[in-house]
Every structure is written in structure tokens, then in C-alpha cells.
Design a protein around this ligand. Structure first.
Ligand code: ATP
Length: 228
């Protein structure tokens, strides 16, 4: 089954065309990278899928539902760094996140275990490394145990250790059966972490498919590998 199918999605902001007639399909169980340089339309794409933004044209189906149905509460998201309280513990922060999201507290321990933070659940957020902070953000996305996760640039701003931790976590979540859609401007990240990729440049889909079939030199020359 396909988790997401985009049919001719276009998004204009006034005269700016952020997405131009984009169509691709995200298979269930994939780690699907939306790859492109800054301004290529990745965040706009995620915003449309999450019903935060309305497309100017086109439609999509998400988890079998048409775009008119808002599936946001069934999806775990990491869109920007959440505002955690520095002086509260990781667990307390997750409890607050669960309340804000309208999720029960039952999944908190499980989410902490999945991101490998159970042993540090009582430590103050301010004592966490950058990678641990981002892992807590992913734990918040895991509340309610969603099958589909959407991450916007999940390793942005992290140090090398944090980047490695988050990439390893994404791979592990995929192995547990999650479908993960993630925006990235880093070709090497997509090569390491993703099974599938859609490459965007100035709102135009260059190519999409399995990473080992798509990331050929020819495609990279076309998009200009130096841009990514
Ligand atoms: P980045 O990594 O820099 O966020 P991106 O690939 O996610 O880039 P978008 O943020 O989706 O790209 O932006 C795509 C284009 O749409 C850019 O030209 C951007 O300037 C423009 N854009 C995005 N949001 C708006 C907005 N609210 N109003 C006007 N133009 C916008």
C-alpha cells in the first residue's frame, strides 16, 4: 500500500511558484527523502501534506484518505524545534507535550525507550546534548504511536554526534515498521538514511524513486550536486 500519493500539486505564493505540478508516491515502510536545496519547496510540500497549507492546484491521498480529510493527528511530526522547558525533566516535558497534543500519558515511557532516553528521563532538559534534545523531540512525535512520521530537516543544527544519533534513530524506527517522510538538503544524508527519494529544484520534481536507482550521476548533474 502507498502511504502518500501526490497528484499534480502546485503551490503559488503570489507570483512565486513554490511547487509546480508535483506528483510522486511514498510506499509504506519507506524512509522517503524529499531532497533539494534551500527554497526548493520541501517545507511547502510537508505543509500541504499536513493540511497546514492549501495547494493552489492538485490533490493527494494520505493513508488512504483524500486531501480533504485532515490526517495530522494520526501523524508524528517534527517540523521545527519544539519549545521544551529547560528546567524540567525530559519526562515532564513529554507529559506536557502529550497534554498539548491531546494524547494520553500511556505512551510516554515507550517513546522514551524508543529514542534511547529512558535512562535520562529524570534529567533536566538543559543537561541534554543537542542529539538528546532532538531525540526528545522525536519522542514527542512518537506519542500516540503513529505509523507515519514527517520530519523537516531532522538533523539541522546538530553536532556530528547528534547527527549520527538521529540518523541511526530514523533507521531504527523504519526497521520497527514506521514510514518516515523527511525533508533534507543533504545528499549524503539521503543516501545513508533513505530508501526512496524525490528531488526538487525550484519547485519542480526532477526525479523520484528508490535511492539506489535514482541517485545516478546523470540526475545529480541535472540538479547540480553542488547545490545540495
Ligand atoms: P528551506 O530549506 O530554505 O526552508 P524549502 O525547500 O523548504 O527551503 P520552502 O520553504 O518550501 O522551501 O520555499 C519554497 C519557495 O517558496 C521559496 O522561494 C520561498 O521563498 C517561498 N515561500 C515559502 N513560504 C512563503 C510564504 N509564506 N510567502 C511567500 N513565499 C514563500
Amino acid at each position: 500500500m502507498d502511504v502518500l500519493t501526490l497528484n499534480g500539486i502546485t503551490k503559488n505564493y503570489g507570483k512565486i511558484c513554490a511547487l509546480n505540478n508535483v506528483s510522486f508516491t511514498v510506499p509504506e515502510g519507506s524512509v522517503f527523502g524529499i531532497l533539494g536545496p534551500n527554497g526548493s519547496g520541501k517545507t511547502t510540500m510537508l505543509g500541504i501534506v499536513l493540511n497546514i497549507l492549501k495547494p493552489s492546484a492538485g490533490s493527494f491521498t494520505l493513508m488512504g484518505q483524500p486531501s480533504t480529510v485532515n490526517m495530522r493527528k494520526h501523524i508524528g511530526t517534527l517540523l521545527e524545534t519544539p519549545n521544551f522547558y529547560h528546567y524540567l525533566s525530559g519526562e515532564r516535558n513529554l507529559r506536557i507535550a502529550a497534554e498539548i497534543k491531546g494524547k494520553g500519558h500511556d505512551g510516554i515511557e515507550d517513546a522514551l525507550r524508543k529514542v534511547n532516553l529512558l535512562h535520562r528521563k529524570d534529567s533536566k532538559f538543559s543537561t541534554y546534548s543537542l542529539g538528546m534534545k532532538q531525540r526528545l523531540a522525536i519522542a514527542a512525535a512518537l506519542l500516540g504511536n503513529p505509523d507515519v512520521l514527517i520530519f523537516d530537516e531532522p538533523t539541522n543544527g546538530l553536532d556530528p554526534v547528534g547527527i549520527a544519533e538521529i540518523r541511526e534513530l530514523i533507521t531504527r524506527l523504519a526497521a520497527e515498521g514506521k514510514t518516515i517522510i523527511m525533508a533534507s538538503h543533504m545528499l549524503d544524508e539521503v543516501e545513508k538514511v533513505c530508501t526512496h527519494v524525490a528531488i526538487l529544484k525550484t519547485g519542480v520534481l526532477i526525479t523520484a524513486g528508490k535511492v539506489d536507482e535514482v541517485l545516478t550521476n546523470e540526475d545529480l548533474v541535472q540538479i547540480g550536486a553542488a547545490d545540495i
